[in-house]
Design a protein around this ligand. Structure first.
Ligand code: NAP
Ligand code: ZN
Length: 349
């Protein structure tokens, strides 16, 4: 076991504060990683605030982890000391159920071990995430960061990126598709960049008029203000595909109305009960609605490689670990441009 300095939520809604945690001694197939950067996901805020009544305190958030390998167990074959690696939202799964065998680890029939607030499969201990100096992770759940990706910007691909990449690939989004992204935050801005890189015509649907210029700078072709009833009405039936990243309970009906024939809306944001959905809005145009959860390991590596090749990088605001509470407040105010990334070197200060 090794001591590790981290930042934790000690109780619901309290400010995050330093905490010393233990990382396990290396198992045969473990990789020890010194964390260089960790992205800040809105999910971290949900857990720190115990929004889903499932947080075990103290909780060290963080599941957009990048860094360097510092040690490997004797059975590790793919990584060596010094390698640039990444860890996302999961650190283990059963590895033999139908879901795991089809590279859909997030849907492991026996449940995944989440990077934080999960349960270690061997000891039952609560897992602690990436707002920390280092982490120990089973080799199978460690990804490789291509040389062409700047480590400072790679972190957000591990959650924000893969969460939007999975539905975009599953629905074969590309040229000729009219795509709308609802909510221009961490997930939303990656969805814009990736959908544009795939060749789609992209519209950002936002509640923030001040984000219109940024949306265009990120590559969006159009911007629609969801609070502008006239503009929303004029956009009825316009889109083939809508990705909804709104982080809380909301009314999906105004967005469903924007889907054309056989249009699909995929929810990735709100993981809680929604306002009732109007059945007629689904029947009209044969619209459908579904959800999507992060993505498998193979797909995450594919995304890292795609971003390296196509130079698709998140737009990041680097912060010191000590600024995490301000970052959480700003996330709650929709004031994020467009992903906070913690420079973990500041944790020593
Ligand atoms: P974020 O950076 O805070 O972005 C969310 C954006 O949604 C905001 O910037 C805002 O954009 C818009 N928004 C916020 N409140 C809204 C409201 N009441 N009505 C309409 N729009 C609203 O959050 P994120 O990190 O992208 O995460 C988004 C959600 O995805 C979180 O709930 C997170 O837990 C969830 N998540 C899910 C998965 C998964 O596997 N499915 C993975 C990661 C995260 P505008 O200013 O443009 O309106
Ligand atoms: Zn996340």
């Amino acid at each position: 076991m090794t001591h590790c300095l981290a930042y934790a939520a000690h109780e619901a809604r309290a400010e995050l504060a330093p905490l010393s945690i233990e990382r396990r001694a290396l198992r045969d197939d473990d990789v020890a990683i010194e964390i260089a950067y960790c992205g800040v996901c809105h999910t971290d805020v949900h857990y720190a605030h115990n929004d889903w009544n499932s947080t075990v305190f103290p909780c060290v958030p963080g599941h957009e982890i990048v860094g360097h390998v510092t040690a490997v167990g004797p059975a590790v074959s793919r990584y060596k000391v010094g390698d640039r690696v990444a860890v996302g939202c999961m650190v283990d799964s059963c590895q033999h159920c139908a879901a795991c065998e089809s590279h859909e680890e997030p849907h492991c029939e026996h449940g995944i071990t989440a990077t934080y607030n999960g349960r270690d499969r061997a000891t039952g201990e609560v897992t602690q995430g990436g707002y920390a100096q280092h982490i120990v992770v089973r080799e199978a759940f460690v990804l490789r960061v291509p040389e062409a990706l700047d480590l400072r910007f790679a972190g957000p691909l591990l959650c924000a990126g893969i969460t939007v990449w999975t539905p975009l690939s599953e629905h074969n989004i590309g040229q000729g598709h009219r795509v709308a992204v609802v909510g221009l935050g961490g997930l939303g801005h990656m969805a814009v960049k990736l959908a544009v890189a795939l060749g789609a015509e992209v519209t950002v649907i936002t509640t923030s008029p001040g984000k219109a210029d940024d949306a265009r700078a990120l590559g969006a072709h159009h911007v629609l203000l969801s609070t502008d009833a006239q503009a929303m009405k004029a956009a009825a039936n316009r889109f083939d595909f809508i990705l909804d990243t709104i982080p809380r309970k909301h009314n999906v009906n105004p967005y469903l109305m924007l889907l054309g024939r056989h249009g699909k809306l995929v929810l990735v944001g709100a993981l809680e009960p929604l306002e009732p959905i109007h059945g007629a809005l689904l029947a009209l145009n044969n619209r459908s609605i579904s959800g999507s959860l992060i993505g498998g390991l193979e797909q995450t590596q594919e995304l890292l490689d795609f971003c390296a090749e196509h130079k698709v990088l998140p737009m990041c605001e680097l912060i010191a670990m000590q600024d995490i509470n301000t970052a959480f407040e700003r996330l709650e105010r929709n004031d994020v441009k467009y992903r906070f990334v913690i420079d973990m070197a500041t944790l020593r200060d």
